[in-house]
Design a protein around this ligand. Structure first.
Ligand code: SF4
Length: 335
């Protein structure tokens, strides 16, 4: 099972599923310390900003990354983006200014920092969809969900499907069903920085060593039990999020970044030839359009490099991500 929903998906989810959403990590600061928090050491409680995999420091760099990725929207995450409200609103308004009203923006926040005034600022900046992550174990903040009741923007509650928390999640859905427009349940994944905490809770991984046993079963039970309540519920599995959405997102980059000499693979990576020399002697020997200078290497087609490696300086066949960091996933030197 990769995903299941009852009722219409939100616009944020529709575009995310097509890989059209840029992930804007606006800060690692957060007032909560959830047992299952997935943040890495590099991001947790650090006031850093990332646009997809790229660390950035200005709205201009964000706009550049949107252009490179071909995104038609952004999902703003953290930490808690409201912990840096001014920065978040600036990013939202700059994105809307540059890419227009149809550029869809959703934002994740815990309930802790939410106030009427802050929601108004996010709306004024142009936010389209607000996703709230309430604490399942403490109801102290739940009454704040009343703030969402009459908002025009899409409002969603999004929580992980934690095994043995079926009752609490159903109580939350029942409590909030007249206050928000939709619910998202995510498959729980092992947080690499929280392995002892997961063990203590008895949350064991499936065979894939990533997803937590019975999380999917919990989500599907909840969807079944909430059926009569006529609420929109969507279950998003880890596989759907990490593989399918990621591959779709990478493919968007690939179509924009690929040179005419590259091959775009099924998973969105680029297959290309790389020659480690200067371009001039190569252009004297072969047609100029065979080569593209790329920082400290010359790019050509994989076929060209394979055919001519005996006449070329040091060269390789490479497969790499089309993103700015160009992470190599395969490299074979031919000479
Ligand atoms: S609210 Fe999100 S970022 Fe904050 S601690 Fe919980 S999981 Fe981590």
């Amino acid at each position: 099972m990769i995903e299941k929903h009852h009722g219409e998906l939100t616009e944020g989810c529709k575009r995310c599923a097509k890989g059209e959403k840029l992930v804007l990590f606006v800060t690692g600061l957060c007032p909560r310390n959830c047992l299952y928090c997935p943040l890495s050491q590099e991001k947790k409680n650090k006031d850093v900003v990332f646009a997809n995999e790229q660390q950035i420091s200005s709205p201009q760099e964000l706009i550049e990354e949107v252009k490179l990725s071909g995104a038609t929207g952004a999902g703003i995450t953290g930490g808690d983006p409201i912990a840096r409200l001014h920065r978040t609103c600036e990013f939202i308004s700059k994105l809307k200014e540059q890419f227009g009203k149809d550029f869809h923006i959703h934002l994740y926040t815990s309930l802790n920092l939410l106030t009427e005034e802050k929601i108004a600022k996010l709306e004024a900046a142009g936010l389209d969809e607000l996703r709230i992550h309430p604490d399942l174990d403490s109801r102290d903040e739940w009454p704040k969900l009343d703030l969402l009741k009459d908002l025009k923007i899409e409002t969603v509650i999004e929580v992980p499907a934690i095994p043995k928390k079926e009752k609490q999640i159903l109580e939350l859905i029942n409590y909030a069903k007249d206050k928000v427009k939709a619910f998202n349940l995510n498959e729980l994944e092992l947080a690499q920085t929280k392995i002892p905490e997961f063990a203590k809770q008895g949350w064991k991984t499936d065979k894939d060593t990533v997803t937590i046993k019975d999380s999917e079963k919990t989500a599907l039970n909840i969807i079944k039990k909430a059926r009569g309540w006529h609420v929109r519920i969507h279950y998003c599995s880890a596989r759907f999020k990490d593989e399918i959405q990621f591959i779709e997102r990478i493919k968007h980059y690939a179509h924009l970044a690929a040179l005419p000499t590259d091959i775009i693979t099924e998973s969105g990576t680029l297959l290309r030839g790389a020659i480690y020399s200067s371009i001039k002697p190569l252009q004297e020997k072969f047609p100029k359009e065979t080569f593209t200078q790329d920082k400290d290497r010359i790019l050509a087609s994989a076929k060209f490099v394979k055919t001519h490696f005996k006449e070329l300086p040091k060269c390789a066949i490479i497969e790499e991500y089309p993103t700015r960091d160009k992470t190599e996933i395969y490299k074979e030197f031919l000479n």
